[in-house]
Ligand binder design. Structure first.
Ligand SMILES: *Cc1c(COP(=O)(O)O)cnc(C)c1O
Length: 421
């Protein structure tokens, strides 16, 4: 990108190797959508697939479709597709439940694997649900001897390394979100995993903000455990199923804490005693939502058709462009960049603080530019490379510059907080 005007960016969009992907998505023409990191967009293929599952497989096939449409194997089928997306071997990923529930399963398991180790280590700034799940687990296990302990370090990878040096032999598992949900800062997956292993601890990554936006290689990084979200870059739809990954070497070493019939070795034997299924299947608990799984399957299928290196290149270019345009057009307007400037250290989002962040975002949304707000004062913009265009970045920054220059965010209508921000 050299010339900075709308026409030059339109030319970039015309030459974009991912242009055909954008055409798969049915985004409203008057909207600039910069929130695919919170809820991925709807593709035509997903809408058509859902219609077919509803009227054909459910409407006509009825219960027969568990076999005839192979509904029963959706969790492993979708899991194997996600495995390709995150650089994991087939048979190490399964789609199920929510990210929160999957994290609960894996943290519980991590505490069982090497019992004298009783510390669960994370960062204070980790995504709230990740912290809450760990806190709940600590409450549940408070009566155990010795009781497990949750350690929340301040200060990112260096602080984790320091803790591992001091108390490494007590640590059962380190769990981190790979791309920080607020700033977009990217952890060094290989490096942190290596230092956890050097201390004899397990490493668990939450991939919610990285899978589908950047190349991952869980196998090469020798990751032990991972969870991730289906409704962000995977475009699985609102509340889509999540997924979990367990390295093959750990899969049959213990039983997860939620032992339901879908994780039984033979669910339809209806025997009275639990027998875990082998491999990833015993990480299932109850029956999956077929509609939701079908939408997720289509979302992942589409992503796999785009070369991941191209997605990453475009995602970095979009983020760099946004930062550069904000520098030029929104200077001295009270915005402070809190994301890494260097795209190599950033996921696919850019965030700024502003003292009236909530109202500014509401004013932007009223102009058709959709990003989101994270308490207390963060404006967050996501660049899903599958469908965000260079002109979208231009239009978003121009709208932001106008709102800040004119102070049009300062109206009562933009202050009232809705339940979801
Ligand atoms: C989005 C996200 C979640 C979502 O959890 P749910 O159980 O689906 O609500 C969890 N962790 C991280 C890091 C996320 O970004």
């Amino acid at each position: 990108v050299t010339q900075r005007n709308r026409a030059a960016l339109e030319a970039l969009d015309r030459a974009d190797e991912l242009r055909a992907m954008r055409e798969q998505f049915e985004l409203p023409p008057d909207i600039v959508y910069l929130d695919g990191n919170s809820l991925g967009a709807l593709s035509r293929r997903t809408r058509e697939r859902l219609a077919q599952v509803v009227s054909g497989e459910w409407g006509k096939g009825l219960i027969r479709s568990w076999n005839s449409a192979d509904w029963i194997s959706l969790p492993t089928r979708v899991g194997d597709r996600i495995a390709r997306l995150i650089g994991a071997e087939p048979g190490t990923v399964i789609a199920a439940d929510s990210t929160s529930v999957n994290l609960y399963k894996l943290l519980s398991m991590a505490l069982q694997l090497d019992p004298p180790r009783r510390l669960i280590v994370t960062e204070r700034g980790n995504f709230p649900t990740d912290l809450y799940v760990a806190q709940g687990l600590m409450t549940q296990l408070a009566g155990c001897v010795p009781a497990p302990e949750l350690v929340r370090v301040e200060g990112g990878a260096d602080a984790i390394a320091e803790l591992l040096q001091q108390r490494g032999d007590e640590v059962a598992v380190v769990f981190l979100t790979h791309v920080d949900y607020v700033s977009g800062r990217l952890h060094d997956m290989r490096g942190v995993t290596l230092s956890a292993h050097a201390a004899g601890a397990l490493m668990l990554w939450d991939l919610s903000h990285s899978a589908g936006a950047l190349p991952l290689s869980l196998a090469e990084c020798d990751v032990d455990l991972a969870v991730g979200c289906g409704y962000k870059y995977l475009n699985g739809g609102p509340g889509a199923p999540a997924y979990l990954y367990v390295a093959r070497r750990l899969q049959d070493r213990c039983v997860p804490p939620l032992t339901g019939w879908m994780g039984h070795a033979d669910p339809f034997a209806f025997s009275g005693d639990y027998q875990p299924a082998p491999g990833m299947l015993h990480y299932l608990c109850g029956t999956h939502s077929v509609l939701a799984m079908s939408a997720l399957e289509t979302g992942v299928e589409l992503l796999l058709e785009a070369p991941m290196e191209a997605l990453r290149r475009k995602s970095m270019a979009l983020g760099d462009l946004f930062i550069e345009l904000v520098d030029t057009h929104c200077g001295n307007q009270g915005l402070n960049l809190i994301s890494p400037r260097d795209g190599a250290h950033r996921g696919s989002q850019v965030a700024y603080t502003h003292r009236a962040g909530y109202a500014v975002m509401q004013a932007l949304i009223a102009c058709g530019v959709i990003g989101d707000f994270r308490a207390p004062d963060v404006l967050r913009f996501g660049f899903a490379p599958l469908y965000v265009r260079y002109v979208d970045v231009w239009d978003a920054v121009m709208a932001l510059a106008r709102i800040l220059r004119e102070g049009s965010w300062d109206q009562p209508g933009f202050q009232a907080r809705a339940p979801v921000t």
